[in-house]
Design a protein around this ligand. Structure first.
Ligand SMILES: [Zn+2]
Length: 357
């Protein structure tokens, strides 16, 4: 991170932080920046962590659009579609069903689910309920202190947050039109550099919609539109330089809520929810293909979600279905015993630390 980046970060510090906390954050950022510049290249094998919002694991059938989604890469890995019948059905990839309910009644939601994934804490039980969109305020400190980003950077590991955040995102935060997501809170708390549209132009970041198409049409951004396969290649290149690379996309959950209809061509009828889900999964699949083709043999790809949604057409909301944990690479066996989204963070940290010495 450049000094300019440090300055920008300080201007964006969480409101209400004490001087001591801000000083500690500055020291942490400075340490991370120096480590990134001065320490020799150490990571031999790395972890690529893909967070795909709102994807559950359910039986194959008419209600499950994942049964016949255009996902040739995932299907090749699993010997079939991303449905619960494929658990344990392939030697090329590990597929586990992870509980996303965390033992709490109601429908799992993103705020608590993403906090659980990134920090390895039972956010729903601690909060007393599932919370949508953003982490509960009372859990933010725990999220910062226990996040996979913090735990890895504290031990000198290199972490890349591959998503790009445009100026408008930071403006919306500053104007309080938006609150910080779990990933942004975790990255800020670890001093992980936030990538920008500039990084998308230079090929070292992705927009959250993977290809940039939606970002351009939604807010007039000038980010380039790239193929999903190219997006995956970018992630693989980053993975060669960092111990952990994290990327998140919300395309899938939006599709499950039927909110990608505007992406249809003007001369075509609006796509159905199933068609939107297939479009989103096709992009995810293309990204995975690009990543796997360009990753080093020793790298491990981990894909999971925070709650179910797109695997059930009959449910317009989230579901209580388990979510898929898809892992391919030499560290896959580390994940073989997992049963809950709460357990993912600890294994990610262990896998990313193992070879980076
Ligand atoms: Zn949702």
């Amino acid at each position: 991170m450049s000094l300019c980046g440090l300055f920008i970060y300080e201007k964006r510090s969480i409101h209400g932080s004490s001087v001591a906390v801000k000083f500690a954050q500055s020291i942490r950022l400075l340490y991370t920046a120096c480590a990134n510049i001065l320490l020799p290249r150490r990571c031999v094998v790395s972890v690529l962590f893909l967070f795909i919002d709102g994807v559950g694991l359910a039986p194959s059938g008419h209600d499950n659009p994942l049964s016949d989604a255009p996902t040739p890469t995932i299907n090749a890995l699993l010997n079939g579609a991303l449905t619960i019948e494929r658990v344990g059905a392939s030697s090329r990839a590990l597929l586990r069903p992870l509980d996303a309910t965390m033992g709490v009644a109601g429908l799992p939601q993103s705020g608590t689910g993403q906090t659980a994934l990134l920090a390895g804490i039972n956010a729903a039980a601690l909060h007393g309920r599932h919370q949508p969109h953003f982490p509960p305020v009372a859990l933010r400190t725990m999220l910062v202190e226990r996040s996979i980003f913090r735990r890895l950077t504290e031990t000198g590991r290199r972490v890349a947050f591959a998503n790009a955040f445009g100026v408008r995102y930071w403006e919306a935060l500053a104007a309080r039109r938006l609150r910080r997501s779990a990933s942004v809170i975790a990255a800020e708390g670890a001093g992980v550099r936030f990538r920008s549209d500039y990084d998308v132009h230079t090929g070292s970041a992705l927009t959250w919609d993977i290809t940039g198409e939606m970002i351009r049409s939604a807010n007039g951004s000038d980010v380039p539109v790239i193929a999903a396969h190219t997006a995956g290649e970018r992630l693989a290149r980053l993975t060669a330089r960092y111990d952990l690379v994290f990327f998140e996309t919300f395309l899938t959950d939006l599709a499950g809520h039927g909110r990608l209809a505007h992406l249809a061509a003007p001369d075509r009828p609006p796509p159905s929810t199933k068609e939107q889900i297939h479009m989103a999964m096709e992009r995810v699949d293309g990204m995975i293909r690009g990543a796997l083709e360009a990753m080093r043999p020793g790298d491990t790809l981990v894909l999971t979600s925070d709650h179910g949604n797109i695997e059930s057409l009959s449910s317009p909301t989230h579901t209580r279905n388990p979510v898929p944990l898809l892992v391919t690479g030499p560290a896959a066996s580390r994940f073989a015993h997992l049963v809950s989204i709460v357990q993912v963070a600890d294994v990610i940290v262990a896998a990313a630390q193992e070879y980076a010495a």
